[in-house]
Every structure is written in C-alpha cells, then in structure tokens.
Design a protein around this ligand. Sequence first.
Ligand code: PGA
Length: 259
Amino acid sequence: MRHPLVIGNWKLNGSRQVTIEWIKDLRKALTNINKNCRVVIAPPTVYLDQANHEISGSHILLGAQNVDVNLSGAFTGETSAEMLKDIGVKYIIIGHSERRIYHKENDKVIAKKFAVLKEAGLVPVLCIGETKEEREARQTEEVCARQIEAVLEFQGAEAFNSSVIAYEPIWAIGTGKSATPAQAQAVHKFIRHYIAKQNANIAERIIIQYGGSVNDKNAAELFIQPDIDGALVGNASLKMETFAMIVKAAAEAKKIMSS
Ligand code: PGA
C-alpha cells in the first residue's frame, strides 16, 4: 500500500511573517485529519530554515523547489543538496515546467539533479508532463517516457526507489483547468507500466502525484483513481484551509480503497 503524498509548492510567494502565519494556520487546519497522508510544504529557499523551525513537532515535512547539480564551489546564487539536507529538507522538486521553460533546464540537467539528490539521501520529486500542443498531437506518452528515460539511462530503475514522480500536464498548471480524473489516471498508469518494464517492485511502490490546478473541489475524484497517489499543489497550497482539505481528500480516498 502506497501512502498518499500531498506537496504544497509555494513558488515565489510569502515572506518571513507569512511563513510563520501560514504554518501556524496549517498546523491548526490539519489537526483532525488522518495522518496516513504525508504532507510536505515547499516554501522559497530563503524561508526554509524558518519553516523548519515552525513545523517542528508536527508531521509536516519540508520540501524545496530546486537544487543545483553542484555540491560546492564557484556557482554564484546556487543551493546544494547538502545545504538543503543540513537545514532539514527531505523532498526536492526538480524538473518543474517553470524551470524547464524559464531557466532552460533540460532532461540531462534534471537527471543530474536527480542523481545528486539520491547521493545525498534526499527524495527527488521529478516533474514531467506535456504541453497543450503535445497533447493535441497525441504525444503525451512519448514526452513522459522521454523525461523518465533521461533518469533511467543515467541511473537505472533503482534510482526510482523511494523517489516521487509528479505528472503535471503543462496546460493544467495555474490555468484552473485540471486534467480529468480519467485523463490523469491513463497517464499515471502508463508511467507506472513504463517503470515496471524495468523493475516491477519499484513501479508498484513509487508515488506518482498529479499536479495542475488541483483544488478542494476536484481533489477527491482525482485521488480515487488507482494510480494517483496524491498531488503537487501550487495555487491552492497558498490557502491553508483549502490545502488541508486536499490532504484530507487524499487521506480519505486511500483509506476507502484499502478497506
Ligand atoms: P497549480 O500549480 O496547482 O497552481 O496549477 C501546480 C504546480 O505548478 O506544481
């Protein structure tokens, strides 16, 4: 049985004070929610240390939105895997479409980041997904396969042990237009089968999150799908009540399915 995982990607939002307030609100909002869903928040890098302090004693875990491929040296402006680990980060989002698009990160660089995180004992959250044009051209599976293949080639299927994949169709991110549960399930099933061809055990255990306009209204029907193990949430993670409702939906959907 896979534990569902819900990650809040705060992107470029917040302040020191907001970080303190949001975590206080989130802790309150999560009070009566079943703990079988893992909850991660990924604030901006400068607030990670503060966030780590604020989550202490709760079951909220810390995530980061990026990492550099290098561990130390003359790389101005970067943050290493060891630095993130040092301040208590466990999950690191890599390959997000906003970084692929605005920072020109390609599959090769992302595969290197994946390797650096595994080496540090951290959990990569590998984002993959197609553009609107690629979906319309029926290339969704081909695109997802290529993005996974970059890691498989570099590190083999074992690298996916204790790692996370987030399927995020680019056309669904920040648009208010989520993939339908059937659309998302079809791609999640494809991803799991793709990894199963290399290692069935790891494929069975790997968490595959859905991301792209997940909110408190559509979360439950997404999570009820057999291959959707939670969500990577952007906008809706900035409202703590809403984010907690999404966590609750994940905890309940997976409880129902295992009973
Ligand atoms: P969204 O973002 O929930 O605002 O669509 C998701 C993401 O970018 O991870």
